[in-house]
Design a protein around this ligand. Structure first.
Ligand code: ZN
Length: 497
């Protein structure tokens, strides 16, 4: 039997817990031991310290607040951005005999009242709530009547304008905490946060002298690769064919892409199913279950799929299109190999992906009315920089794992030996002389004609062609030189996610 002390606000609450944390871990969560970082965070919370936990997807974040919630007196509030995520977590907790509920906009008035009433009676240890709810009168009245000893902020990167998925409602958390009769222990968790975002989380949530645990971002069992095929479909087919025995996810940027790729795989006799926000709930759920229980081995989906999915034996994640940021990529690719077995993360890059990503960013920019103009400009600027980092990853010839770890601020060796680029055969060649010849040719043509020529004519000149245009070039620029610039690339005709 162990004794733990929890600090709430100014006072100290002594509480004797019936079982120790390791027994609780086994009994309620089914794990024999803690994973890296978990115990340090749990001990800090139980001793009354604020914490920030940055742990990659699959590292066991939720246990870090669910277990202390069981051991601390009173109620724990978990602030979470997505209704689907809340529901999944509550369902999983109920299965483990942990009393939990959620408050979100999908409840009826009668259901709200029921949850509040039961919470006031102490029926729950954890209550999940959306950040928008915190400022409402009914919720404020409710929390004044219960003992909130602990608040866990999930997906804490949403509080940062520097992070992906910035949500202005997260900025209200700090005021909400300040308005509570007693300040609870506060914890913040995220799977992906650069050093800059981590700092912002600490400030914006007002964490007090927090214990910060950043577990390594590296997932050594994952093999990263980027392919740049002329045509994506045949390559995708051969990749999936070669992995027929495995379970895998194929991410597409658009709903239309999901439909097309899923049809393609099914036509080849590959047991594939699909998931995107355009499908009815009646179709999404069984599709998800088919994949979860291995009735269908391949899930083709937009980024709407994955949050709260806990399938451990995903052998590969193929991105048919480039995501809009490395955060998004690492989160989605990270759904591979959660069982620790070797798994592959392959990205198929095409120039058109940049146009699609730009289109989504532009569209997101138009939906920023909840932000001040300064916030919106800032968010758009950061999104653009993130996209550039993503493109740089697709184009680099350096170690891919190294690129990812650099991005998240983690030190690493120059080459991992276990990614497409480390294994690939790039030959570095000095082409200074050739470049000088090309440059000099361009300059001489311009001096002679008074205008620049296109790549094809330049190539002919360099190759010593006897083409008529080379032997007797026109003294005046071709008429289309004065034509307006080509129109910008078309926006993709596909639906947004
Ligand atoms: Zn490498």
């Amino acid at each position: 039997m162990s004794k733990q002390t929890a600090r709430c606000g100014g006072g100290r609450i002594k509480k004797v817990f019936p079982i120790d944390k390791l027994t609780m871990l086994k009994q309620y969560f089914g794990h024999a031991q803690f994973r890296p970082g978990q115990e340090e965070l749990i001990d800090a919370i139980l001793s009354g310290r604020d914490v920030l936990g940055v742990m990659p997807t699959g590292a066991g974040k939720s246990v870090c607040y669910q277990l202390p919630a069981m051991m601390l007196p009173g109620l724990t509030l978990v602030i979470s951005p997505l209704i689907s995520l809340m529901k999944d977590q509550v369902a999983a907790l109920e299965q483990s005999q942990i009393p939990a509920a959620c408050i979100n906009s999908s409840l009826s008035l009668a259901e709200y009242d029921e949850v509040y009433r039961r919470a006031e009676q102490g029926a729950y240890k954890l209550l999940y709530v959306a950040p928008e709810r915190l400022g409402t009168e009914d919720f404020l009245a409710f929390v004044r009547g219960v003992q909130v000893s602990f608040v866990a902020v999930d997906e804490a990167h949403c509080v940062s304008q520097w992070g992906q998925d910035f949500r202005p409602s997260y900025l209200k958390i700090r005021d909400f905490l300040a308005g509570l009769p007693q300040r609870p222990v506060v914890s913040a968790f995220t799977a992906t946060a650069t050093a800059e975002v981590q700092e912002d989380i600490l400030t914006q949530l007002g964490l007090q002298d927090p214990v910060k645990v950043v577990t390594g971002f590296d997932r050594p069992n994952l093999f990263f690769d980027v392919r740049r095929p002329e045509k994506k479909q045949p390559l995708l087919l051969s990749l999936v064919e070669a992995r027929r025995e495995q379970s895998g996810i194929v991410y597409c940027a658009t709903r239309a892409g999901v439909e097309k790729v899923c049809d393609l795989l099914c036509q080849q006799g590959i047991p594939a199913t699909r998931y995107h926000a355009g499908l009815s709930a009646a179709e999404r759920r069984p599709n998800q279950d088919d994949f979860q229980y291995d009735r269908k081995t391949v899930m083709v989906a937009t980024n709407a799929f994955g949050m709260g999915i806990d399938k451990s034996n995903v052998g590969f994640v193929i991105h048919y299109n480039m995501p809009k940021s490395l955060e998004a990529y690492y989160q989605e690719a990270g759904r591979a190999g959660r069982d620790g077995e070797p798994a592959e993360c392959i990205l198929l890059y095409g120039q058109g992906d940049v146009t699609t990503a730009q289109f989504f960013l532009q569209q997101a920019g138009e939906n920023h009315e909840a932000l001040t103009p300064e916030q919106a400009a800032q968010v758009q600027y950061r999104d653009q920089l993130r996209l550039e980092d993503m493109v740089a990853y697709c184009k680099t010839k350096a170690c891919l794992r190294g690129k990812l770890l650099d991005y998240f601020g983690q030190a690493h060796p120059a080459a991992c030996g276990h990614c497409g680029n480390c294994r690939g055969e790039f030959v570095t060649e000095d082409i200074t002389r050739q470049a000088q010849i090309v440059r000099s040719c361009i300059q001489r043509i311009h001096r002679k004609l008074g205008y620049h020529v296109g790549v094809s004519l330049l190539t002919k000149v360099l190759r010593g062609s006897r083409d008529r245009r080379v032997l007797s070039p026109r003294p005046q620029p071709p008429s289309r030189a004065g034509a307006p610039l080509p129109s910008p690339p078309r926006t993709p005709a596909a639906l947004p996610r």
